[in-house]
Write a protein that binds this ligand. Sequence first.
Ligand SMILES: NC(=O)c1ccc[n+]([C@@H]2O[C@H](COP(=O)([O-])OP(=O)(O)OC[C@H]3O[C@@H](n4cnc5c(N)ncnc54)[C@H](O)[C@@H]3O)[C@@H](O)[C@H]2O)c1
Length: 321
Amino acid sequence: MRIGFVGTGGIANYHLEHLVKIKEAEIVALCDVAEERAKRAAKKYGGTAYSDYKKMLDKEKLDALYICVPPFAHQSQELLAAEREIPFFVEKPIAISLDYTKKVEGEIAKKNLITAVGYQDRYQDIAGYVKKLLAGKKVGLFLGYWMGGMPGVSWWRRKEQSGGQAVEQTTHIFDLARYLFGEVEKVAAFGRTGLMEDIENYNVEDASSATLYFKNGVIGTIFSACFLSYQGKCGMDIYLKNLAIEYKERISIKITEPSKSTEINVGNDFGLLEDQIFVEAVKKKDSSKIRSSYGDAVKTLAVTLAVNESIASGKPVEVKY
Ligand SMILES: NC(=O)c1ccc[n+]([C@@H]2O[C@H](COP(=O)([O-])OP(=O)(O)OC[C@H]3O[C@@H](n4cnc5c(N)ncnc54)[C@H](O)[C@@H]3O)[C@@H](O)[C@H]2O)c1
């Protein structure tokens, strides 16, 4: 399977490390606007280096494309891949505006294209376990968290480039909430600033809280914070009448019932699994095992953009899918 990459930064290398372990996968082309990065990756993983993805797509015959660019840099990669009927894997968040994603969704539907999005937490064995455990049960409420320090990549601190923390980072928690509880009807969110004044060129919220109302009545609040200089907290606490689940992101779950409590550590390489499932889906032309498709990720983006809208307006916002 001839695979190309657009973007060869941090997360691209994560996928490349997985793909070298998958025997069907061959890396044939790597593109980055910072050409030396593409060259470095090509030296390590094979393939031809490019600095312009349009040229790469014109020259190479690809069976699959990985799109691993920052949130603001989704310009036409997905549309061009769809035009050429190349299945693609794209990193979250899939963009910072719904206008672009709607166009892409239209092209995907026309071509019946296989797509996957890097919501890797869905591939944890413990996430599957929680989903099964909750099936048919009534969830009362939940708390979600992504509280830690500021990521090092330069684009992250500019809201017009990353979308802010809810869109770029806490999106994993918003997405898992959708995976476990269903669709969100409305959002009421607040944000604050003033703690990161020592950081240059910074204009995202330092912290936010977003209360979500789901179509099935579940309520939950998801906290984001990027000002911590000590061990933070990422995960979710889920409360039912006779059951509580404490999920520590990418680490473990603790299940508490009235008479006992059980702890389960994550037991699989979920990052590798998401790449294996994508490659397998392309090979078999069967997307049934993919746990996050482009169309599904549009809905997570819509929720996090509604959070931004609510922070800006100070009012609750209905999520538009
Ligand atoms: N799923 C996860 O757990 C996870 C983890 C980290 C990052 N991500 C996501 O992956 C994306 C990339 O993050 P990263 O940490 O790899 O960032 P990065 O800055 O390390 O890498 C992005 C690369 O894309 C390149 N680039 C930008 N515009 C381009 C274009 N038009 N054509 C070709 N290359 C271009 C940049 O030069 C850079 O090398 C982000 O959306 C981020 O949210 C996901």
